[in-house]
Design a protein around this ligand. Sequence first.
Ligand code: DX5
Ligand code: ZN
Length: 220
Amino acid sequence: MSSKLIAPSILAADFGNLQRDIEMVNNSEADWFHIDVMDGHFVPNISYGMPVIAAIKKHATKPLDVHLMIEKPERYIEEFAKVGADIITVHYESTVHLHRTLRQIKDAGCKAGVVLNITTPLVVLEDILPECYMVLLMSINPGFGGQKFEDVTYKRIKNLRQMIDAQGLDTRIEIDGGVTDQNIQRLVEAGADTFVAGSHVFGSDNPTATIKTLRELANS
Ligand code: DX5
Ligand code: ZN
């Protein structure tokens, strides 16, 4: 299986000290920045958009993993690419022409991924998997950080890994929501390889050490 990656979620950073928190991630063992974009329609919360991502890009030395929780994301793909997104994931539930949207992401020079809400059946991925660099399985209801991990995710990871293997692909499986040092190893055993962590990292006394621990546990 591919190497395990840790993507701290900027949603849980201190926005008054954003540059400090970006430098922390730069200097840590983290692999990516996870950036949650929310529009107040697809999810009941509003986060940030292009100007903030452009500001993060100015300081970040690692790839930006941009998770779009917005309706009709196809309207903004080129703009997110322009401000510095490296990976763009869109919700299956948010776009009618998913295949076209993924092509649009790739044409804009980014890696493309699909996100599924907790109750969206995995079977919808069957024919689109070859187009996906990554599948993000939500392990909470999207919209807010700091929620409790939903156990149904373990079964979903196992089934998705089987589906990916059956097609002979090496698609990443990213898990987002409630990831901690208590569940990351079980998530790896189930077949996940990419982990978003927000409150567990930024809410800890020593975020750099917390990232290091997550990385070690994921790779052990
Ligand atoms: C929520 C976001 C997550 C969030 C995770 O909709 O997609 O990326 O930041 O936060 P934690 O790790 O605190 O559950
Ligand atoms: Zn996210």
